[in-house]
Ligand binder design. Sequence first.
Ligand code: C2E
Ligand code: MG
Ligand code: MG
Ligand code: MG
Length: 293
Amino acid sequence: RAKQKGRNAWECFTSDLNDEVSSRMALRNDLQEAIEAENFELHYQPLLNAADGSVAGFEALVRWKHPVRGYLSPGLFIPLAEDTGQIGPISEWVLRRACRDMCLLAVQGYGHHRVSVNLSPLQFHRPNFMTNLQQALLETGLAPDYLELELTEGILMNDTATAIATLHKLRDMGVEVSIDDFGTGYSSLSYLKQLPIGKIKIDRSFIRDVTTNPHDSAIVQGIISMAHHLGLEVVAEGIEERDQRDFLAEHGCDVFQGFYFARPMPLDGLKRYMIEQHQASPDSPNPPAASDR
Ligand code: C2E
Ligand code: MG
Ligand code: MG
Ligand code: MG
């Protein structure tokens, strides 16, 4: 930005590089302001039990409310935040907000629901991770059984011994753990077996062509059967079509998630969804205080 457009190839080249660097810098500064102003929002996507269509929980997905660019999806700023260390305060905010929102839903008569929060590797490996987590639960009043953490396979690959010890502590506390984007990492059967986890979420990339691509359908069937033999529950993410849902139901998938059922939505939208689709009868459908904070 500081650099003027160059007149020759060299200057063009350096100025492109500078543009990239400076736009990252600008984004980083914007992100810092967003952290201070808490300019984030959680959207919630329902997870549904295959057996009866009831709500199995909600996944919390963070959005950045950017003053100029509007809602920014996590793919656009979480990787940057991981590089800069800004992921720490963002994660803290996400965790607390998710716990708080679940308590609000319960208090307002929408029922008790479990919330899944995505964890960054950095967060999971921080020494004070468990302390922060316990504090967030205590401060918000959410019972640990209503919290689920989604980890990716990568988190568990390095420093496996410490990771497994942390997973045991979580399990003892009653916090559920799932492996997100399953199948995209390097998990082996023997490795899965040693992990004290409750469920796996089959990555969306396998679901997309599950009804048309014989390889994908074989992989998905294999994952489901393996997971069930290990006593794990199976979630399929990214279900967009009825045929995909039918295939997964037929092959014993336990929980469904995807645009076919519901998109991620802000808390107010989630409340309406619960009333319209799941017969929730809250005490006060639109409490003024909760929505504008
Ligand atoms: P994820 O955990 O695998 O989350 C699912 C993503 O798939 C979400 O994208 C969701 O909107 C999208 N999705 C759900 N159903 C469908 C569908 O039927 N079709 C398609 N095409 N997409 C679907 P989103 O919200 O953009 O999040 C992207 C990723 O960002 C997440 O992937 C997660 O890894 C990460 N993320 C989100 N929130 C957080 C957070 O609070 N902390 C951290 N560390 N990462 C987060
Ligand atoms: Mg996830
Ligand atoms: Mg996922
Ligand atoms: Mg995924």
